[in-house]
Ligand binder design. Sequence first.
Ligand code: HSE
Length: 437
Amino acid sequence: MKTMNVGLLGIGTVGAGTFTVLSRNAEEISRRAGRPIRIVVVAEKDVVRANEITQGVCRVVDDAFAVVSDPEVEIVIELIGGCGVAKELVLKAIANGKHVVTANKALLAMHGNEIFAEAQKMGVTVAFEAAVAGGVPIVKAVREGLSANRIEWIAGIINGTTNFILSEMRDKGLSFDTVLKEAQRLGYAEADPTFDIEGVDAAHKITLLSAIAFGIPVKFDKAYIEGISQLNAKDIKYAEQLGYRIKLLGITKRTAAGVELRVHPTLIPAKRLIANVEGAMNAIVVQGDAVGPTLYYGKGAGAEPTASAVIADLVDVTRLHTAEPEQSVPHLAFQPDQLIDLPILPIDEVMTCHYMRLRVQDEPGVLADITRALANEKISIDALIQIEPSEGEDEADLILLTHLTLEKHAIAAIAKLEKLTVVVGKVTRIRMETLGK
Ligand code: HSE
């Protein structure tokens, strides 16, 4: 049986993992794909390292453009990352009639519409399982396994770095800054952790999931993004006392008015399975109208977990290689002429419950002032507790949970609360989701 020849762009952590797993499981993979799959050329700036990993079993070059134009190569694996040269290479590979497998979430979240359109034109596939939640086969599940369903919402812990930090903050009662430093020391967080801690990486991933869930173009520029760098350990503790955990969630939801697409710290009931996903693990809940909630859990990063997703795509592409392009699975799950340009709702129009923490003077009439300010914005209080002040303190923390409220009403209420003389400093607000039906 003719071997499927692959060109690999970038042999860093995931590239090396892909090389290793593809060699180790070659026989099993070939039995699944129907023919052997072999990396015939690797492009890598660090040629010495690439030669050490590949041990002479394939060619090593330092020019990635040579690989995307190599007549021997039928599938290009792009593991360079970013939106610069990676975009050029992917487009060039497509133009040369090659299938592409990529783990590049930023590239697809920002330029996916253009890339998928070019691939469609050329009758090739751009597969991206590894771009969302590493080794968890969530793209396959949403795009194919759940294709009978009208998907209602997806909520996921899709960034391991931030989940590790939040788990440590909760477990050890430490501050964000302390845990971030520890995470960097252990190699869980990058030297520049901005994309992870500010929610950008999760937003790339939920943008892709939103597109394949609802059959809409990718719209990263419309995503609302808030990370965890401002999160206070106090709120994690209070949330715990109220029966909630705080997680950085990527959420996308279909509503009558449009699609919600957002990433932010979120209180979720501690009894939900996803609330108990700890450390660097990823988990995603998908709510379909027929199946109900389904949960997907696993490693969202790392050499072999991500290689697992890359190779699954290689197998898929190999199986469908000889099929007519119209028989292949559409990039965004829905047929390209069936994508609907639903509006992404601005965050002001999003409805959630809210957790609010106020520092208040401990004196008569305070609660009356606060509940009046909320009532004036039509906000209904679900629960309210005052934490007993420590000995000698004349200020107390007041925690309130609201019923479902429009974001803009919550913002207006917070502005009014902060003007009250009995409220000291800023109000801390964290959105809440029940993740129920
Ligand atoms: N930096 C990501 C994470 C992994 O922390 O989950 C790659 O997307």
